[in-house]
Design a protein around this ligand. Structure first.
Ligand SMILES: Nc1nc2c(ncn2[C@@H]2O[C@H](COP(=O)(O)OP(=O)(O)OP(=O)(O)O)[C@@H](O)[C@H]2O)c(=O)[nH]1
Ligand SMILES: [Mg+2]
Length: 402
């Protein structure tokens, strides 16, 4: 083995930081031989590695010790020999054991790979399944995992293949209709891994921060009876009905000359502009005094009449479309949460729906749809083939790129 070879890559498959076990992947040229320079199978092991016959059996798991050059301590490891170019070394968790192991391997010419998916993905998987695996590791909830698993198992791939076939059979109307259907799920697909942004906004002292704390279920934001308490933008992740959401608390909006407050209001404006949903909080006792929407335009809004506990009469008398809530005591909050979920995802896709689940897939669907509407069928074919035709398919590799 040439120690200077660069044909082998190594990297952590597990996240860095504390953990029970860390896994180092060794992928490429002479991977088992490189590992064998530092790895000693445990004595008395009945494994074929210990008895040296054959030396690097595939699909074999071997317990033993790892000795790095210049290190007096040995590390207990479990090694999986997965093939002539693939080995996994499982060691104690935390950063240091894995770093020592990787340092040893680097001395044989292995190159560090920062992207753990480049090492972990099974090269036998098709391109969409590999993408889905990446997204699965970012999935924040069981609900989103469910949708991504369906894409991993081929929901989107078979739909794109079906559209590809429809193009070749010149079923033009069907192609456009199916691409339009896919395009409708782009926003939903993006939010399977990226949280929706829900911004809580309104005049000062109406109870925005109290509501933020109530939605999160713990006291994240400062609450005070003096108007102008929140100045900065405050963001926290949560789940609403299984959908990932970032809740943003904002400074109360009012006319002011105070420089810090003005900065806070500017941040609030930007947050409102980029929100997926704005919760416009008013004091139920003065429901007309809401946010100035002409100055702070928001695409989607839910009106909330807070402090409903302070009212004798029906709380949202002044605004029939406002949700009556007491952020302080919790009344109306479950109904508000239900409404937020409905506004973000009015109709959750039924099981096995094909979903473009990454921005590049959404872009490809959008590009294909545009081309289909302009009857540029070769462009549509190229775009689709990029995602669904693999190297071993009889068709040529496509050339489409943005
Ligand atoms: N009675 C009652 N009081 C509430 C309710 N929600 C908030 N408050 C009170 O209203 C005051 C202001 O609450 P905050 O949550 O700090 O209000 P805010 O809108 O974040 O205020 P700024 O950050 O200054 O814009 C506090 O004294 C809260 O306890 C509610 O539902 N009922
Ligand atoms: Mg506040």
């Amino acid at each position: 083995m040439n120690g200077k070879s660069t044909g082998c890559r190594i990297g952590l498959l597990t996240p860095s930081g504390r953990g029970a076990i860390a896994t180092v992947a060794v992928v490429g040229d002479a991977a088992p031989q490189r590992v064998r320079r530092f790895f000693q199978p445990a004595r008395g092991s009945a494994s074929p590695v210990a008895t040296q016959e054959p030396e690097f059996p595939s699909e074999r798991i071997v317990y033993g010790t790892w000795t790095s050059p210049g290190d007096r301590c040995r590390e207990d490891v479990v090694v999986r020999f997965l093939g002539p170019e693939r080995v996994e070394v499982h060691c104690h968790g935390g950063d240091w054991a894995a770093k020592r192991i990787m340092r040893g391997l680097e001395s044989t010419g292995c190159r560090r790979e920062a992207d753990r998916f480049a090492l972990s993905c099974d090269p036998g998987l098709n391109r969409l399944a590999q993408q889905a695996l990446r997204s699965l590791s970012d999935a924040p909830s069981l609900r989103t995992v469910g949708y991504l698993l369906e894409q991993f198992h081929g929901a989107l791939r078979s739909e794109l293949r079906g559209i590809h076939d429809a193009v070749s059979q010149q079923r033009s109307d069907e192609v456009v209709a199916r691409l339009e259907q896919l395009d409708q799920y782009s926003e939903f697909g993006r939010h399977l891994t990226e949280p929706w942004r829900v911004v809580i906004a309104g005049r000062p002292n109406v109870g925005k921060s109290t509501l933020v704390n109530r939605l999160l279920g713990f006291p994240r934001a400062l609450v005070h009876d003096e108007a102008g308490t929140t100045r900065d933008l405050l963001e926290e992740n949560t789940l609403i009905d299984g959908w990932p959401v970032v809740i943003c608390d904002t400074a109360g909006i009012r006319d002011t000359r105070h420089a810090i407050e003005l900065q806070g209001i500017e941040l609030a404006r930007k947050a409102i502009e980029s929100a997926d949903l704005v919760i416009d909080v008013t004091d139920a006792r003065e429901p007309g005094a809401g946010m100035p929407h002409a100055e702070f335009p928001a695409p989607r809004v839910i009106w909330v009449a807070n402090k409903s506990d302070l009212l004798e009469e029906h709380p949202n008398a002044g605004r029939p479309d406002a949700v009556p809530v007491s952020a302080l005591h919790g009344e109306g909050v479950p109904e508000l949460i239900e409404l937020i979920a409905k506004r973000l995802v009015p109709e959750p896709p039924p099981p096995a729906t094909p979903i473009p689940f990454t921005p590049s897939l959404s872009q490809a669907v959008e590009d294909a749809l545009r081309a289909a509407r302009q009857q540029q069928w070769s462009v549509v074919t190229d775009i689709l083939a990029t995602w669904v035709i693999d190297d071993d398919d009889p068709l040529d590799r496509p050339t489409y790129s943005r």
